[in-house]
Design a binder for this molecule. Sequence first.
Ligand SMILES: [Zn+2]
Length: 271
Amino acid sequence: MPELPEVETIRRDLAPRVVGRRFTAVEVMPGAEKVVALPSPAEFTRALPGLRIEGIERRGKYLLFPLSDGRYLIVHLRMTGALIHRPAGTPAESYLRIRLVLDNKTELRYTDLRKLGMMWLVDDPTLVVGKLGPDALEALQPTTLRSLLEGRRAPVKAVLMDQTRLAGLGNIYADEALFLAGVLPRRPAGSLTRGEVERLHDAVGKVLREAMGHRGSSFRDYVDGEGKEGEHQLHVRVYRRSGEPCYVCGTTIERVKLGGRSSHFCPHCQE
Ligand SMILES: [Zn+2]
């Protein structure tokens, strides 16, 4: 599932290619109507042509395209969504769901195996992204993180992944950051010492920047704005490495279910 580094990679790929371009046509493929959350697919298809893309912003795992009429096109890729820029006329990707035709003989193509992703065209973006916590890359200070965790009995990993408290981290980077910080995922959030919170803050920034340096993690479906896979899956320290030796101490990496999600950790390096 694309998390902050993947969505930011897509944002950086697409910005020089599509900002300043106008939509000329929109095609929602049959069966993909539910991807358009708001307005109706018919209104969505009617409203976009003629509008110019003024920029691309990111909030957590959401991409926001401010448009020339003041509205916003917002995209959330969820599990298997991708947003790929292609010359018009190139063969359609498998699972092409929405085609956004641009005025320079190119297209922004939304592909999605499972059709769980969503798009909105709204006047006010806070309708969609207003409940998000501070961005894990742009807005996370040690003091912010401390106040997020303080007094909470929920596992620290659950708090890190709660998008209303901190926006951008999912299962991969929460596991990776907790490993770097030396903190077990199941620890009650409020039990972290001041030093551990500072280490965790540094670790979150480090894993996100590393992953962006590798253009994201492609464990399954993720591709960047050109349709290419990322490489960070080759560099993870614990995620999906259960049964393999820890790179630091050699202890076997373990996996537990925590809140329905798999958590990967080193029982020696993390406490
Ligand atoms: Zn270890």
